[in-house]
Design a protein around this ligand. Structure first.
Ligand code: GTP
Ligand code: SPV
Ligand code: MN
Length: 625
């Protein structure tokens, strides 16, 4: 590029050129000039933090046809194409320079080859369209946690969603240094159909140039593939956190209320569609975040912020009874974007909403009617399982007041959980920090879900629920977690949960709301106010405490039969799982820390010994003495 400023001056109107120049940063100017040269937009809209600009983006999302209005004021809906309904692992790749190697477990392509490919796909992609430029912050603005990000996109829907999900930071950008590094995201939805969905699905690509902290995304609209600040940024952030000595995690943060007005913050990692939002959304507790958390050590404390400020949440099974907080937001005037739901008479419907649903309407497949089949002859459901809603956290009555606090909150506990039908008990606490990181985090085994394109229900190891986003050696990442609490006065306790344990007949052993009891138990444990029974994989709750908590939290009786069914240690299933984890680490994590191997072997020994003594299924009552 000959002269960046000249090119920008030529392509932008005077007003928007001035807006961009007010952000005096070399990387941004170069990125925008290159993006314009590559994609050839008709015009460039530099979005500031002003209400006027934000309203304009919102209006254009509807005028462009990417979103349509629903009956309730402020509510809109958007569809992604039938093959664009979730994150797509296969087409998401790291651009790796010839001189470097990246863990084989990570999807990658040689950098020059990948750049040629994706830049070829982006060439002239914005002809006749507007390039929207947004300046946003990951983490609260004006904080040690903040990461400045620039999004360039031709999708008003993406720009609008990011307004609900992230902190607008144009004013912050005006203060950054000319050489400061920022994350840059370039997205084009590519060619669109009459229904305004990306049509070039075979050319869908998300390529990540971590050497430049720049990510390209094309021929897709689904949020997880397009909104730079969501999972695209997380890959870059994990590398940055690794360099700088902090942690970026796929975790919710929630303020759990304890006795006498006490509030204890918990953070938790679950793979996609395995329980983060549902846990963070528990009625009566306060929600600080539901997907991405950053942790730093500040003055010997373990402090956490939410990278985001909104929710892109799964709407399937959201009911008035189980999820009153979000139900309320989804039914009253205010800004909500529904994605991939069913619309009939300008009202939204979804799977498992606990209400009657219409026989026909419009969904991601176009006009829909009950019994409609796809090209392969499979029934098309009324809405996609991965249908989602997008709202700002501040729209929720129970949004945590510390959401934008620059120093974040002190964490009392960490939780790991996956979809494990067979082995893990519903809730347990580790013996210590490293034990929990290894046995509940680095050993997390889970079923694949509808949030990711591909087969559902396949068991896989998903380290700390973050494996899709890890761009550093897996063993290094585990070690960083283990080391993180050095110098922390009161490290968080570590818990493992499993909301998806099933009985012999394939039925879940717990109800949807039981998790509320588990988090209340954790809250008490953090303050030493509940007992526990030692079992081979950790410490489980005592029956009497659960009786009290079920009564207090859910006003439900809790029988000894419930307890035995849920907390019986399934020795053979746990041993089989440990074997798979041991094998996984020895095959796929060449630099897995020694403590991982030691902890897994010690667990195997504990399980074997307990099995020899008590048999294959150990009632928790047998462990109590
Ligand atoms: P991402 O946004 O993809 O990262 O997912 P998430 O971890 O936030 O998942 P979420 O909490 O939205 O839960 C996903 C699915 O799990 C929903 O379809 C819920 O209905 C289901 N689910 C949540 N909790 C439970 C539970 O306790 N039991 C059962 N059986 N299903 C649950
Ligand atoms: C996930 O898949 O973990 C999500 C949704 O939170 S996405 O935006 O697709 O990443
Ligand atoms: Mn997620």
């Amino acid at each position: 590029m000959s002269n960046v400023k000249e090119l920008l001056k030529e392509k932008l109107t005077a007003e928007h050129f001035d807006r961009l120049m007010a952000v005096d940063n070399v990387k941004i100017h170069k990125f925008v000039a290159d993006a314009i040269e590559l994609t050839s937009p008709e015009r460039v809209f530099v979005c500031t933090d002003s209400q006027e600009d934000v309203k304009y983006v919102r209006r254009m999302a509807v005028e462009s046809g990417e979103e349509r209005s629903l009956e309730t004021p402020g509510h809109t809906y958007h569809f992604d194409g039938p093959d664009d309904q979730g994150r797509d692992r296969e087409i998401t790749k790291y651009l790796v320079p010839k001189t470097e190697t990246l863990s084989e477990a990570l999807n990658q392509i040689e950098k020059e080859e990948g750049l040629v490919e994706i830049r070829g796909l982006l060439k002239d992609s914005m002809k006749d369209r507007t390039m929207i430029l947004r300046f946003l912050s990951l983490g609260p603005t004006g904080s040690v946690f903040s990461i400045p990000c620039v999004q360039a996109t031709d999708s008003w829907y993406v720009a609008h969603s990011e307004d609900l999900l992230y902190r607008s930071a144009y004013e912050q950008f005006r203060k950054i240094g000319t050489d400061e590094n920022v994350f840059c995201f370039l997205h084009s939805a590519g060619e669109l159909s009459e229904n305004m969905v990306s049509v070039n699905v075979e050319n869908k690509r998300v390529y990540m140039d971590y050497t430049k902290d720049t990510i390209y995304s094309v021929n897709t609209q689904y949020g997880g593939n397009t909104m730079g600040l969501k999972k695209l940024a997380l890959r870059l952030t994990i590398r940055k956190a690794d360099r700088e000595g902090w942690l970026a995690e796929h975790m919710f943060i929630s303020g759990v209320h304890g006795p006498a007005g006490r509030k204890t913050y918990l953070a938790g990692a679950f793979p996609s569609a395995c329980g983060k939002t549902s846990t963070a959304m528990l009625p009566g507790e306060s929600i600080m975040g539901d997907d991405i958390a950053y942790f730093r050590k500040i003055n010997g404390e373990f402090r956490a912020v939410n990278a985001e400020s909104g929710i892109f949440g799964i709407i399937q099974n959201v009911t008035a009874k189980d999820d009153p907080n979000i139900w309320d937001v989804l039914h009253k005037p205010g800004e909500v974007i529904f994605g991939n739901i069913l619309v009939a008479d300008k009202e939204p419907y979804w799977l498992g909403m606990g209400a009657e649903t219409p026989e026909k309407g419009v969904n991601f497949s176009g006009e829909w009617f009950k019994g409609k089949k796809d090209a392969k002859g499979k029934d098309i459901p009324l809405a996609h399982k991965n249908a989602r809603y997008t709202v700002a956290l501040k729209a929720l009555a129970n949004c945590d007041p510390e959401l934008n606090s620059p120093e974040g909150v002190v964490l009392g506990g960490l939780v790991y959980g996956g979809r494990d039908a067979k082995a893990s008990v519903p809730v347990q606490q580790s013996f210590d920090w490293a034990h929990g990181i290894v046995l509940y985090g680095a050993s997390l085994e889970t079923e694949t879900t509808f949030a990711i394109i591909g087969a559902e229900g396949v068991m896989e190891i998903n380290l700390m629920s973050i494996q899709d986003f890890l761009a550093i050696p897996l063993g290094k990442y585990i070690q960083n977690n283990i080391d993180f609490v050095k110098g922390i006065k009161k490290p968080p306790l570590v818990f493992g949960v499993n909301y998806f344990l099933k009985d012999k007949d394939g039925k879940f052993v717990n109800g949807m709301r039981d998790k509320h009891v588990w988090v209340k138990w954790m809250e008490l444990r953090v303050h030493g106010e509940a007992g526990a029974i030692t079992c081979p994989t950790g410490q489980i709750p005592c029956y009497d405490d659960l009786v009290k908590l079920f009564k207090q939290v859910l006003n439900k009786p809790y029988t000894k039969e419930d307890y035995v069914k849920q907390f019986t240690i399934r020795v053979a299933e746990n041993l089989a799982k440990i074997e798979r984890v041991i094998q996984y680490h020895s095959q796929n994590v060449p630099n897995s820390p020694q403590i991982v191997h030691d902890t897994l072997k010690a667990t195997r020994k504990r399980l074997t010994e307990a099995g020899d003594k008590h048999g294959d299924y150990i009632s928790p009552f047998d462990l109590a003495h």
